[in-house]
Ligand binder design. Structure first.
Ligand SMILES: Cc1ncc(COP(=O)(O)O)c(C=O)c1O
Length: 368
């Protein structure tokens, strides 16, 4: 008897982990595969977590999170967006916010508009809820013009997933583009989930949120990337007061699943919020330049404006074939089919040391 539930068929094992495991066998790999920062969290933030554990803050918190953390985040959002008394729910990473958000909104058959390329979890989590993925193809420049979104909307469309700065493309939507998207969303009364996990990592202009232009938006954010703590599993969802019922539904699901985000790390997050990470962002701007300048004459790629990624066209057409060639030269990259309905590009994560980036660029340039 097979004990595994049929819903496993909604999901493919992460192609990223598979490639990463191959990299573990290599002698001298340049690992461009995993999207986590190569810096660690500032010492005062570590100290705050250790102190919280010593102070026995190891209990559950309220399902919705520590009130003082929710208030601090709420105040910041109120100032930035003019949303009076926003609803805030502390979650287990941005993945927690996404999972609860989709559980709370998607009925079987509901359409979820997903710009393609997309963050790897979106289609899987949508299908788990019985939702229908409505992919919006954004090749070749990965921008999302309002007309493309408009053309993908049908009667079942309910939710729009936005991610800017984006994984895997490094695209950052301009304020003008977001305003136009907001107008389309408003016309069709869509709910928007705005995944802003890389919001500080925007290298040319500060990243803007669609929340400035559209009130039916749930902001989804996390401490994972910006503060170098992906293993702490800490994120949050925030929305204007009129969507409080939706965040309450998410909290109800949290009560029976994650229960709460880790208590000592919620306490330390208050410290993280006061840290200046501009030097880290400047270092990543430099990494972006190293990578882009190194590849642009040999490869077809859009200049990434944010996050830690470049999404590069695979010479020869098939990304899977190209990725095998790259792995033979000990450069670990991820085939685009992990993030897309197409298999024409590959993803580079440049969240690694500058020397490794130079070495990786050299090896990739020798492949073409
Ligand atoms: C765009 C995007 N959203 C969500 C996540 C998940 O973040 P977390 O580790 O906070 O769950 C990631 C992680 O790579 C991501 O790139």
């Amino acid at each position: 008897m097979d004990y595994v539930a049929e819903r496993i068929n909604c999901i493919e094992a992460s192609g990223i982990r598979r490639v990463w495991q191959m990299a573990q066998q290599m002698k001298d790999p340049v690992d461009f595969s995993i999207g986590e920062p190569d810096f660690n969290t500032p010492e005062p933030v570590k100290a705050a977590a250790i102190e919280a554990i010593r102070d026995n803050r190891n209990t559950y918190t309220l399902t919705t999170g520590l009130p003082e953390l929710r208030q601090a985040l709420g105040r910041e959002i109120e100032q930035s967006y003019g949303w009076s008394e926003p609803a805030v729910l502390i979650t287990c990473g941005l993945s927690g916010a996404l999972t609860l958000g989709l559980m709370a909104t998607v009925n079987p058959g509901d359409g979820v508009l997903i710009p393609d390329p997309y963050f790897v979890s979106y289609p899987h989590l949508t299908r788990l809820q019985g939702g229908r993925c409505q992919f919006v193809d954004t090749y070749p420049d990965f921008e999302l013009p309002a007309e493309k979104l408009q053309a993908s909307i049908t009667k079942v469309s309910k939710l729009l997933m936005l991610n800017s700065p984006a994984n895997p493309t490094g695209i950052v939507y301009s304020p003008a583009a977001l305003q136009e998207l907001a107008a389309v969303a408003k016309k069709h009364n869509l709910l928007v989930f705005s995944d802003e996990i890389y919001r500080q990592f925007s290298y040319d202009e500060p990243a803007t949120s669609i929340g400035h232009y559209y009130e039916n938006t749930v902001l989804m954010r996390a401490f994972s990337k910006c503060y170098g703590v992906p293993g702490w599993r800490l994120g949050y969802a925030a929305a204007p007061a009129h969507l409080a019922g939706l965040l309450d539904a998410m909290a109800t699901f949290q009560q029976y699943t994650f229960v709460c985000a880790p208590h000592p790390f919620q306490a330390a997050a208050l410290k993280a919020l006061r840290c200046d990470i501009s030097a880290k962002v400047a270092a990543y701007r430099h990494k972006r330049d190293l990578l882009y300048e190194g590849l642009k004459d040999r490869y077809e790629l859009v200049r990434p404006a944010g996050a830690f990624y470049a999404f590069v066209k695979a010479p020869g057409g098939s990304a899977r074939t190209f990725v095998e060639k790259a792995i033979n030269k000990e450069v670990v990259v991820i085939p685009g089919s992990v993030f897309s309905e197409r298999d024409s590009h590959f993803r580079i994560s440049y969240a690694t040391g500058d020397e490794k980036i130079r070495e990786g660029v050299e090896r990739l340039c020798k492949l073409v």
